[in-house]
Every structure is written in structure tokens, then in C-alpha cells.
Design a protein around this ligand. Structure first.
Ligand code: TH1
Length: 803
């Protein structure tokens, strides 16, 4: 109760800081609340763990080199069913919960969609009562903080642990050793079995930090285990200089900020092996406590490989089965295949991870031997199956002095899935077609999903309360119940209430924009939002070109009617991705020009919010009117901001790419704005080699005028950047067909403006989007993973109540 909470809170504050509420800072109050919550869910956590152990339940382990939870306090309070009580209790003490959550640093151990998906899954797995855990790296520095200086992106370190972390628990007793480098050879042991003998290995200690993943009002608390590197006591004498120690500690120091762009670096490879080896060792160690025979481990353990970064799970698991558990190759391979499953998240060629043989051999000599043997057997086996030998060349793991990680992941997994229907189809028919012909039964689709509790209940309180009043509260437990909203699509009172909630969120975002960027925007304008990593294929440039066209239209005809719009961007560029940074500079300079031009009369505003992250997304998404999902068809595997924006009532403008197609199917053609060429047309262009960007420049005066603005000084301060953009389109023939799609994009934008002017029509479309967003709940997605891939089951009612 509220009274109990107040008593406990004051007591804890006094114990921790010897202070009263009046003297404590927000940080001290935050830490006090966090510590109180931690004590409260710890018994559930222990109990959940005991249940899994006693029931010997099969558990899934989600291996991901990225997790992007954002802030945990509010979502933990919600899931613990403490939110209201704590808010009221704190209010009584004169404290605003929002001031405390403000103190929390975003946990940003991921780049974008892939890492955020992993965290949405962690929430949903626990909320569905499923036995599943995360395994990853505890980076000391998360994704860089982005600043704009003269319109350029500048990266600053994200020292997120400097203020402590109330949610994690260091588990010294669960630490394991991970070995690198050295030499290895095989020797026969007493039983005539070949065993590896190592020389000159580097031994590092992996220390786990566990964070409870709290289920939604179900008393289940799963675990996200993140590993940190240390120098083992036994090795202390070896690393005497500060520099030597530093190179070791670097292993878990920073997250690689490359989104879908593999980077050939030893530290990255060592990171991959480090968390894979530590995770698998701790799983096998736990398995032995069950006292079940090792050849049945697949009945108790499922390991999921999130993109190829953890693909070394396969040879590492083999290594332990062979070298430590004494299995034969055939036995070890049989269980490995049953344990492992893999998700592919992109078809972009440059994201296909490959490592030079020499690097792998040097860093992980035993693992390399095992990969060689997997490859040898794959070739031997496949030769018997196929007529056309060239297929082997295209599918084997080791080729052209490189180890192909996707091939390793596919050959060693019983399930391979894409993340949206179109993406999974393209895997089968194009990108992984050879593998599909070898192993058709392994391929399946699991369309991504989102943690709807965070993205609606927590992020959008005004909308949540309208929903409660209109359709009751069952949607909070069962997002599919949002469908009931469809009964009110012609109810003007409900439509008005939804519009009022949107208005409140827009005012909130407008205030944030004023505070952080000192730009005044009107909530009467259309809020048009594109939030995602900056990447050429995502085509922020297409958006910018349309904005420039609007600006030129206004300049040419200052008194013509132009419906006010605010174009809002949030995006980080990989620090090494020069072209992406160029686009950022161009958007920022265009913003400077447009926002300060008196002719515009505030009808057009451009806001590029700095440092886009989960917390900022929670403010932007509820305020969006228009959702920009404009990647070149076939390039965006799924997208997930598309789902979050739809759930919050934004109307989508989209190409037929990724999950946009499934959004269209859910809302109907009339309630989404589709434009642009299809994936088939993209492939036709590749095949016929007939695309000519310059012809659009020559024949379309609008395109010509817009592109000239990049190089003729219209937009100031982008001499080199404007030229670079211009050349990318005209000289290098526009790799992502921006000019091809421009005209249909402009038409779709004009349709949006017309539609928005008809308030009632717009509100109805917005309602239909909210009502149909339930299908994208990550709860449903993880249940499909659980049933089809992991074969894990929820804790039973009976055993979960015991205790
Ligand atoms: C993203 C995809 O680009 C996006 O379409 C998808 O919705 C999301 O994953 C979740 O499935 C990817 N992020 C990365 C990051 C790295 C490498 C590949 C991908 S694909 C580092």
C-alpha cells in the first residue's frame, strides 16, 4: 500500500544515506527507490530461478552482442505493479517520480533496431512467463553521445556507469575463464581419444553482472547476464605495465558503433568470442547441476544466435562437447544442431560478417580447427547431395581466406529465420537461396515485435487513459484488444479525445524542442517524424529533398497556401560512415536556412534532435502525426520504429519494404500511404542494368531544381557536402534509387497534407492504426519463437504459485 511504501522508502533513505526526504537529491532519492525495488523483486527472482531448476525446465538463452533497454525504473515499476502506488506515495512526500527517472542514465549497449529488439524480447519473454535469458557484454561505455557542432556530428563517450547501476548484481562465484591466443596440438589420451594440448594461452576472467528481467505482473523475473573482463589473480604478474592492462580491459570497454557494418578488428572478434565462451561455459556448468546425461542437453537448453555476431557459439559449443565432455564428433554435432538457432537481420552485403583466416587462427587456434572440420564435413556431405559443384563454393564456411560467419550460423543451426515476411522470402529466394535448396525445412519467418507496454502504457499516458475510458483496460494485458477501438471510428467524442491526447504529446515534444534546440514549433503543424540510424538505404536524403522542394515552392510563391509542417529527425551515424555524416550536415544546414527565413513564416520547420536514443524516442513517438518509413524496397529487413509509431496513432508513409507490408495488411490500403518501386522492380533494375539517375535530373525540372540547391549556394555552408550528395546521385548513379522514387514520394506527401486538413478523416485513420497495432506485440513474437524454435514452455500456474 501507499502507506507501507512511504514508511519503507523513508527507512531505506535513512539507512542508505542517513537523510530525510527534504535533504536528499534526486540521485539519492532515485537510488533509494531503486534499491527498494531491487530488494522487493529479488525474492521473485530467486523463486523463478528455483522453479526452473526444480522443474528442470528447458530454458532459452538469447545471445546478443547488443542490448538496448534504455531506462529501467519506470518499466520495472509498471511490471512489478508498483507504478501507481509509488507515484502516489512519492507525491505525498512532495516528490515527482519523473524527476527521479530523469536521473537514470539510458542503458545504451546497442546501436539501433537489433539491440532494441533484444530488449523488447527480454521484456516479453519474462512477461509471458517463459524461461528465457539474455547473454551479452557489459560495455563500460555505451553507444556514443551525439552532439552537433556547426552542424557536424561529434561523438562523445557514454560513461553510463559513472553514476552507478542499481539494477545489476555482480556474481563473482559465477565467473569463468576465457582463453585466447597460444598454440594447440592434439594428443591421444589414455583411452585413445584426441585431446587438445595448449601452450602460451592468454587466460582472461569473465565476470557476470546479472540484471533482473521482470515480467508484467506475473512475479517472474528472468536474467540478462552481461560479462565484463578482468585479469585473473593467477595472471596478475604477467600484466605489469599500465598499457598491457589497458589492452585487456579494452575488451569490454566499448560497444562498436557500426550499425549493420561489420568492422575487421581484433577487439571486435575477441568480444564476440568472449561473451560466447563465457555464456556457454556457464550454461553447461548449470546443466551439470541437473544431473542429466550430456547427450540430452538439447532437451534442456536452446541457444539463440542474434545475427552472426554470436555465431562462434557453434564451434565453442562443439569444443566443450568434444574436449570437455568427451563426445564423439557425430554426437557433439547432433546436439549442437538441436541446440542452436539463428536470426538473420539484414541482406545488406556489407553487413555480411567475414573474418580473415589468419586472425581467427591466431586469436582462437582451437576454435579455428573446429571450424575447419565443420567446413570439411559440410563439403564432403554436400558433394553427395548436389550435381552442381559451384553451390559448394558459394555455401562453404571457409573460402577465399575468409571465414563466412553467416554460413557457419546456418550450417550449425536447426532454424534460420528472417524478421519480416518479405525479408524471410528474400532469404529463401535470393540471398540464401543455395542454403534454402540444401535445408528447406530450417527456414522460417518471425516478424519482429515491440514491447507495447513500454511504447504505449509508459510512453503515452494521455492516449492510454483515453483507451481505458473507451474500451476498458484489457488492452494493457492483451494488446489485440486494441481492436475494440474500431467500434468507435465514427464516434466524434472518442476521435476528439484521441486528438486531445495527441495534442498534449505534441505540446510536450514542442517544449523539449524549445529547451534542447531553442526552436519554436507549433503543435498545430503536422509533426512528421523520421527516427532511425542514418544510413543511405534508409533514405533520409529523400525526406530532405522533399523538404527542399517545399521550401522552394514557398520561396517561389510566398503567399500561396502551405499547410504548416515540422520535419523531425533523430539519427546517429556510425563515426566511420562519412556519407551518413554528410547527410547530417546537409539536414542541419537546411534547417538553419529554412527555420530562419522570414518568407517561410514558420510554416516549415526542420528539427534534428541531438542524441537520439530510447528515452528520446519515448517523447517523440507519442507526438508523431506522420511516420516516415521510406527505405528502398528490399533493404530494410523489418524496421521496428514503424510499429511503435503506428501504435501511437501516427499515419505511415512507406515503401513496400520490411514490416511496412504487414502494417499495410493490418490497416488496409486506405489507411497507409504507400509509394515507390517494389522490391521486384529493384531486382529488375539490377538485372537489366538500365537505371539512369541522370535521366531523372534531365527530364524532371523539380528534381533538377532541388539538386541544384545542394551545389549552387542556396543552402549555405555545404560546399563539399552538397557536392558529395550531388555526385552520389548523378555521378555514381544513385545506388538507392532516390530519384526514381522522388516523384511518387512527393505525391504521397501531398495526399497526406490533403488528408490532414480533413480533421475527421485523419483522426479516423489514426484510430484505425492504433486499433490494429496489437499484432505487433513482441509477446506474440516471442511466443512463436518459443513454440516453433526453442520448444520452451511457460512456468505452470501450479508451480509458480508454490513457494
Ligand atoms: C536491424 C535491421 O536493419 C532492421 O531492419 C531490423 O528491424 C532490426 O535489425 C531488428 O531486426 C539491424 N541491425 C544490425 C546491426 C548490426 C548488424 C546487422 C544489423 S541488421 C551491427
Amino acid at each position: 500500500t501507499k502507506e507501507q511504501f512511504i514508511t519503507q522508502f523513508k527507512k531505506r533513505l535513512s539507512e542508505k544515506y542517513a537523510m530525510g526526504v527534504e535533504d536528499a537529491s534526486p540521485t539519492e532519492l532515485y537510488n533509494t527507490l531503486g534499491s527498494l525495488m531491487h530488494s522487493a523483486y529479488s525474492s521473485d527472482r530467486h523463486h523463478t530461478w528455483r522453479q526452473y531448476l526444480l522443474n528442470k525446465q528447458k530454458q532459452a538463452y538469447y545471445f546478443s552482442i547488443e542490448f538496448l533497454p534504455g531506462k529501467l525504473m519506470a518499466s520495472n515499476l509498471l511490471n512489478m505493479d508498483w507504478l501507481e502506488t509509488v507515484e502516489e506515495g512519492l507525491a505525498e512526500l512532495g516528490i515527482d517520480l519523473a524527476d527521479l527517472t530523469e536521473v537514470e542514465q539510458d542503458m545504451a549497449l546497442g546501436n539501433g533496431g537489433l539491440g532494441r529488439l533484444a530488449s523488447c524480447f527480454m521484456d516479453s519473454i519474462a512477461s509471458c512467463g517463459l524461461p528465457g535469458n539474455g547473454n551479452g557484454i557489459r560495455y563500460e561505455y555505451g553507444l556514443f553521445k551525439q552532439k552537433f557542432i556547426d552542424g557536424h556530428q561529434v561523438e562523445l563517450p557514454d560513461d553510463w556507469l559513472s553514476t552507478g547501476n542499481v539494477w545489476e548484481v555482480r556474481k563473482d562465484s559465477k565467473a569463468v575463464d576465457v582463453c585466447f591466443y597460444g598454440q594447440v596440438h592434439l594428443e591421444e589420451d589414455a583411452n585413445g581419444k584426441l585431446k587438445p594440448v595448449y601452450k602460451n594461452q592468454q587466460v582472461l576472467r569473465a565476470v557476470p553482472y546479472d540484471t533482473g528481467m521482470i515480467g508484467y505482473k506475473n512475479n517472474i523475473v528472468n536474467n540478462m547476464r552481461l560479462w565484463s573482463v578482468e585479469i585473473p589473480n593467477s595472471e596478475e604478474s604477467k600484466y605489469r605495465s599500465l598499457e598491457e592492462r589497458r589492452t585487456i580491459e579494452d575488451l569490454t570497454a566499448v560497444l562498436y558503433p557500426d550499425d549493420s557494418n561489420a568492422k575487421g578488428q581484433m577487439t571486435r572478434l575477441a568480444q564476440e568470442y568472449f561473451f560466447v565462451s563465457a555464456g556457454i561455459q556457464s550454461i553447461v556448468r548449470y546443466y551439470h547441476t541437473l544431473k542429466e546425461p550430456i547427450h540430452r542437453i538439447h532437451e534442456y537448453v536452446a541457444i539463440h544466435i542474434n545475427d552472426t555476431h554470436p555465431a562462434l557459439c557453434i564451434p565453442e559449443f562443439m569444443r566443450i562437447m568434444l574436449d570437455e565432455e568427451g563426445m564423439s564428433w557425430e554426437e557433439a554435432w547432433a546436439v549442437t544442431l538441436k541446440v542452436m538457432s539463428y536470426t538473420n537481420h539484414t541482406i545488406m552485403a556489407e553487413a555480411m560478417e567475414k573474418w580473415p583466416i589468419d586472425m581467427l587462427k591466431q586469436l582462437l587456434p582451437r576454435i579455428y580447427q573446429i571450424i575447419e572440420e565443420i567446413d570439411r564435413r559440410f563439403v564432403e556431405e554436400t558433394e553427395l547431395k548436389v550435381h552442381d559443384r559451384s553451390i559448394i563454393d558459394r555455401t562453404r564456411i571457409i573460402n577465399h581466406n575468409q571465414v563466412h560467419m553467416a554460413h557457419l550460423a546456418i550450417i550449425g543451426s536447426h532454424s534460420i529465420n528472417g524478421v519480416a515476411k518479405l525479408h524471410s522470402e528474400l532469404l529463401k529466394t535470393v540471398v540464401l537461396h543455395d542454403f534454402y535448396s540444401l535445408y528447406p525445412a530450417r527456414f522460417n519467418n518471425k516478424t519482429n515485435g515491440i514491447a507495447e507496454r513500454r511504447w504505449l502504457q509508459l510512453a503515452n499516458r494521455p492516449l492510454s487513459s483515453v483507451l481505458d475510458k473507451t474500451i476498458g483496460t484489457s488492452w494493457r494485458d492483451n494488446p489485440e484488444d486494441l481492436q475494440q477501438l474500431l467500434n468507435y471510428q465514427d464516434d466524434q467524442k472518442v476521435l476528439n479525445a484521441l486528438a486531445a491526447a495527441k495534442r498534449q504529446n505534441k505540446e510536450n515534444l514542442a517544449a523539449l524542442i524549445k529547451k534542447t534546440q531553442d526552436i519554436t514549433v507549433s503543435p498545430d503543424a503536422i509533426f512528421d517524424v523520421q527516427i532511425k540510424r542514418l544510413h543511405a538505404y534508409k533514405r533520409q536524403l529523400l525526406n530532405l529533398m522533399h523538404i527542399i522542394k517545399c521550401y522552394q515552392d514557398i520561396k517561389n510563391n510566398p503567399d500561396s497556401e502551405f499547410y504548416p509542417r515540422v520535419f523531425i529527425f533523430g539519427a546517429k551515424a556510425a563515426p566511420s560512415y562519412a556519407y551518413a555524416k554528410t547527410i547530417i550536415k546537409c539536414i542541419n544546414e537546411t534547417a538553419n536556412l529554412v527555420n530562419n527565413d522570414p518568407d517561410v513564416k514558420d510554416r516549415l520547420k526542420i528539427v534534428f534532435l541531438e542524441n537520439y536514443n530510447v528515452s528520446l524516442a519515448e517523447v517523440i513517438i507519442p507526438a508523431a502525426d506522420v511516420s516516415e518509413q521510406i527505405s528502398l524496397a528490399s533493404k530494410e529487413a523489418s524496421g521496428t520504429s514503424n510499429m511503435k509509431l503506428m501504435l501511437n496513432g501516427a499515419v505511415t508513409i512507406a515503401t513496400l519494404d520490411g514490416a511496412n507490408i504487414e502494417i499495410r495488411d493490418a490497416v488496409g490500403e486506405e489507411n497507409i500511404n504507400i509509394f515507390g518501386i517494389t522490391e521486384q522492380e529493384v531486382y529488375d533494375y539490377y538485372e537489366s542494368n538500365t537505371y539512369s539517375a541522370v535521366s531523372y535530373f534531365e527530364k524532371d525540372p523539380v528534381i533538377r531544381r532541388v539538386l541544384e540547391a545542394f551545389i549552387d549556394g542556396t543552402i549555405p555552408n555545404i560546399q563539399s557536402e552538397g557536392r558529395e550528395v550531388f555526385d552520389s546521385l548523378i555521378r555514381y548513379n544513385d545506388e538507392f534509387f532516390v530519384l526514381r522514387d522522388f516523384e511518387s514520394y512527393v505525391k504521397a506527401q501531398e495526399k497526406i497534407t490533403e488528408c490532414y486538413k480533413d480533421k475527421r478523416k485523419w483522426q479516423k485513420i489514426s484510430l484505425i492504426n492504433i486499433a490494429n497495432a496489437g499484432v505487433f506485440s513482441a509477446d506474440e513474437t516471442v511466443k512463436r519463437y518459443a513454440d516453433d524454435i526453442w520448444q520452451i514452455e511457460p512456468v505452470t500456474e501450479y508451480s509458480s504459485k508454490k513457494g
